[in-house]
Design a protein around this ligand. Structure first.
Ligand code: SF4
Length: 451
């Protein structure tokens, strides 16, 4: 299937921020940036690099078609105060791999087209923290990252074994990742790594080799997240893969914790961090907060649960008196919908809340993921249909849904249900509980206020 991405080629100015150089010289929304110091702007990396100067010459095409050159004197680091209608300024690069574990290949058909876009763009890594494989980058592009000091670079490493990486990514150029990482290391660019771990492929001895190789890249290599492969029930005609068994999960936890110990003793950081799924699926206690060292890879699901539990404790300590006052004279029953993986975590939250706010009673509903398959058990991949099938008719004053089952920018689930449509069909007030414990307690306050 050919997927078109949503980015257009446009250097169009979308916003001119007040009290900035751009507003002072009279730039306006809709003006086009043509060049800086005579250089055409290919993308945001060019832009950010070229504006770092004390004297710059901006070539602007006004909406009227008039071309104006502005000579600007500014402080070296001073921003111009512009935003573009497309933050990348040109097309986002799609990936050229055919990874055996690609989640997008395992999506059912007929979801919205943006979900099928496979990005692998170093500029998105820099702008939004996306992980890239480096396989679609020419030497010139790698040189440009080094020259422009694009950092941090977030790299999907998976393995440092060249032939295994080629096999996993099914790309002929995937084998030289360690060489490229060494170049970033020598150039002192900060790197974060990610490993998707697959049983009998890059785990065990292969993981040991990868961790040893990467250990040598500290301190430029700052952290490596290790996440288990995610498999849906829609793996038709794809490379045969399976989930980890509980024993294998436990073995991997032991292996990585041993490496963490070695790293902590020798370089002062654990460097390698396992995602929550390893501990939750293996039914093993989560590491303590300090073991996550400030949660450098929380976006990868590393430490999200521990951080949530800690934040709930802190938020509850601060606001329990206030919440108890608000709920005086009422008794509220709230349903917490959650993923099967997070059931135990939400039961802990229920216990804490019912202990501290006696007028509150909570029922926890783990929702099976029939849409992707039951082994997909994280809340971010729950769909509206599964929720409706499994929660219709429950008795509660309100339902709290996981906020991350909705896309960040719009309140829409993977199968295109909005919070409003879910609320209507469930005939219940819906609230969205974030994985940020403070926001979760704020949302709870709204439930108490409104119900
Ligand atoms: S890099 Fe691999 S996993 Fe990521 S989108 Fe491309 S094929 Fe899929």
């Amino acid at each position: 299937m050919e997927i078109k991405n949503s980015y257009n080629f446009q250097n169009t100015i979308q916003t001119v921020f007040p009290d900035t150089i751009a507003s002072e010289i009279g730039l306006e929304e809709g003006d086009q940036l043509l060049s800086i110091n005579g250089q055409k702007i290919k993308d945001v990396i060019d832009y950010r690099f070229l504006i770092h100067d004390e004297q710059i010459e901006l070539e602007i095409e006004k909406k009227s078609g008039e071309i104006i050159i502005f000579d600007i004197e500014k402080d070296y680091d001073e921003d111009l105060g512009l935003d573009f209608s497309n933050p990348l300024i040109d097309h986002a690069k799609s990936c050229s791999n055919h990874c055996v574990f690609c989640f997008i290949d395992q999506l059912p058909k007929n979801l919205r087209s943006t979900l099928y876009f496979k990005d692998d763009d170093s500029r998105l890594s820099f702008l939004q923290g996306n992980f890239i494989t480096l396989t679609n980058m020419s030497q010139d592009e790698i040189n440009r990252m080094i020259q422009y000091r694009i950092s941090p670079v977030n790299v999907s490493i998976h393995t440092t074994n060249p032939s295994l990486r080629k096999k996993m990514l099914r790309h002929p150029d995937a084998g030289n990742v360690l060489e490229t990482l060494k170049r970033f290391h020598e150039a002192n660019l900060e790197i974060n790594g990610q490993i998707v771990l697959i049983p009998e492929m890059n785990d065990g001895e292969e993981l040991e080799r990868t961790m040893e190789d990467l250990y040598n890249l500290y301190p430029t290599l700052q952290s490596v997240a290790i996440v288990p492969v995610g498999l849906t029930r829609h793996r038709k005609n794809l490379f045969p893969l399976r989930d980890f068994t509980e024993d294998e999960l436990l073995r991997t936890i032991n292996q990585v914790e041993k490496m963490q110990k070695k790293c902590l003793e020798s370089i002062g950081t654990r460097l390698f961090f396992l995602s929550d799924e390893f501990y939750l699926k293996a039914k093993k206690s989560l590491p303590q907060e300090e073991d996550y060292e400030g949660y450098p890879q929380i976006e990868n699901g590393v430490g999200m649960t521990r951080s949530f539990l800690e934040e709930i404790d802190q938020a509850l300590e601060k606001s329990k008196d206030y919440l108890n006052k608000k709920i005086t004279g009422k008794s509220l029953k709230i349903a917490f919908a959650t993923s099967t993986l997070s059931k135990e975590t939400m039961l802990k939250i229920k216990e804490k809340l019912e202990r501290d706010i006696p007028n509150l009673s909570i029922d926890v509903y783990p929702v099976e993921n029939n849409f992707f398959g039951r082994s997909v058990n994280v809340s971010g991949l729950l769909t509206g249909h599964d929720l409706l099938d499994q929660l219709k008719g429950i008795e509660a004053d309100a339902i709290m849904l996981p906020r991350n089952m909705f896309r960040e920018d719009m309140l829409i689930t993977l199968d295109d249900q909005t919070d409003e449509s879910l609320s209507k069909q469930l005939e219940q007030e819906i609230y969205l509980g974030s994985w940020d414990g403070f926001k979760f307690i704020n949302e709870l306050e709204k439930v108490i206020d409104n119900e």
